[in-house]
Structure formats: structure tokens, C-alpha cells
Design a protein around this ligand. Sequence first.
Ligand code: SAM
Length: 294
Amino acid sequence: MAEVCTLGETLRILDKYGFRARKKFGQNFLIDGNIVRGIIAAANITEEDCILEIGPGIGSMTGLLSQSAGRVVAVEIDESLRPVLAETLADCPNVDVIWQDVLKLDLRGLADQYHGGKPLKAVANLPYYITTPILMKLLEYQGLFESITVMVQKEVADRLCAAPGTKDYGAITLAVQYYSEPRAVLEVPPSSFIPRPGVDSSVVCLQARPEPPVQEDPAWLFAVVRASFNQRRKTLANGILNGLTVEGKRIPVTREEVNTVLADAELPVSVRGETLSLAQFAAIAGRLKALKTA
Ligand code: SAM
């Protein structure tokens, strides 16, 4: 069977099935075998691994994934791709396709069914319209994914890997860095896809952390992070005063309390959230929780 991830083979398949890429499903098919091999190399796949592939599309990565992994479970929302994948995956007995929205799928149940409950590796050329919900879903299944290797918009990759104090640093950076160690692997131009996306892309590998790097209650930690980045141009103190919501409950905080917490954490009252590390956010969250739940 010819490799799917070439211009010629992709055009042949699209033409044979009269298939037109659907924008509403974020369909941009990879036509560069070197990029696909780069993604697979970054994911460090062995025959022991069970891969969750999100959005196999016409199978551009799936066949090559199946050659490296013990098993591939590919989750695809677009059922009109059934006849295409029946052809392109005909020689891949270790691939199962699940026709469902990945956001609605019980992924722990999937790991139990296909990998005896052991951790999976996720690999995907993600549909860009739902990048953040997919990443957050995978990360919040703590311990279920050993690693997540994904193609995303370059500007999203820059945010995932950003350092404090840079323009790309934000709530998503802190969430991703809480659960994983992200690393940018390669940059990918629009010409590597059909149809071409209107943006540059990057592959990032998120290596799951065995333990979060800070021990503070995540509900309080992310409440402070949200309060800070909801109003990016404001000081952290004003962000917290404007609204701290923990698990859906609004927590009233006085200016005096915020100032005390910041002083205890050895931070100036004028500090802005975008300059703070995860450890500093955790220090503030821990002190606030102690003060408000004492
Ligand atoms: N893996 C193929 C490739 O690299 O050429 C296709 C990647 S394309 C960027 C994204 C794929 O995700 C499409 O096949 C699309 O139909 C699928 N998709 C979109 N939303 C989805 C969802 N909620 N659940 C599962 N698959 C989805």
C-alpha cells in the first residue's frame, strides 16, 4: 500500500472518493512524509505502546503510526471518511477506528479496553478549532497519557512553551506546564498540508509529569491564574479583587488581605500575573486558601 502522506496519493484518494476537506472539522491533511516521520520520532513510539490518534482523516499518519506502535486507536468524528479509511487502513490490523467526537469520549474506558488500563501516548495533527479543549481534556486525565505529541498552530505552540514575562505567557501556559513539560519539536509551513491552512504550524511534545511541580490545591491555583489573566493589563491584586472564583464559588477578598498575601510571598503590590512563575502563583494561592478557609 502506498504511503498516504504524499501529494500524489492524497489527491488520488480525494478524487477517487469525491471527498472535499471540511472546514467545520478543521480538516487539513498532511502531505509531507518527513513531517509525519518527525512527529512519530518525537513521540518516541515502541511496540509496547498504544497510541490514541485524534482525527486520522484519510489516514495520513495512521499507517506509519501502526508500523511503530503495538496498537493504534484512532478517533474520528467525520463518518463520511469511513470508505476512505477502509481502503487506506486495509493492511493495518492493529488499528481500530472509533467514529466519535473525541471530546465526548471516555478515554479512561478506552485505555482499559485497548491497553489494559496502562497509559497511552496521544499523537495528532489536531483540528485547530478545538485545540485547547482537546489538550485540556487529555491533560486533566492525570496519569492516563505518558505523552501528547501534537501539531498545533504555531502561535498556540508558542503559548504552550512560553516563559514568564513574555507576551505569549498566559493561563494555558500555566495549565500545560502544571501537567507536563512541553517542548517545541518542529515548525511546519502551510505547504505541508492540503488544503493549506492560513497559519504556520508547530509540533509540540508534552511529556506528562509524574507529579505536579507544585503541591497547592489546583482549584485555588487555577482560580488565581484565571483572575490574573482575565484582566491582563491589571495588577494581580486588582485581578483578585475583581473576582476570585473557586469551583464556581465567588470568594470575596479585601485589599488588605491581598496586600498581606503578596507581602508574605515577598512580592510587590504592583506585581502583574504575567511575570509570575507557576511556583509563585502556587505560593499566592496557598496563602489565600489558608486565609479564606481558616
Ligand atoms: N490526521 C490527518 C492528517 O494529519 O492528515 C487529519 C488531520 S486534520 C487537521 C483533523 C482531523 O480531526 C480531521 O480528520 C477531522 O475530521 C478530525 N476531527 C475534527 N474534530 C474532531 C473531533 N471532535 N473528534 C474527533 N476527530 C475530529
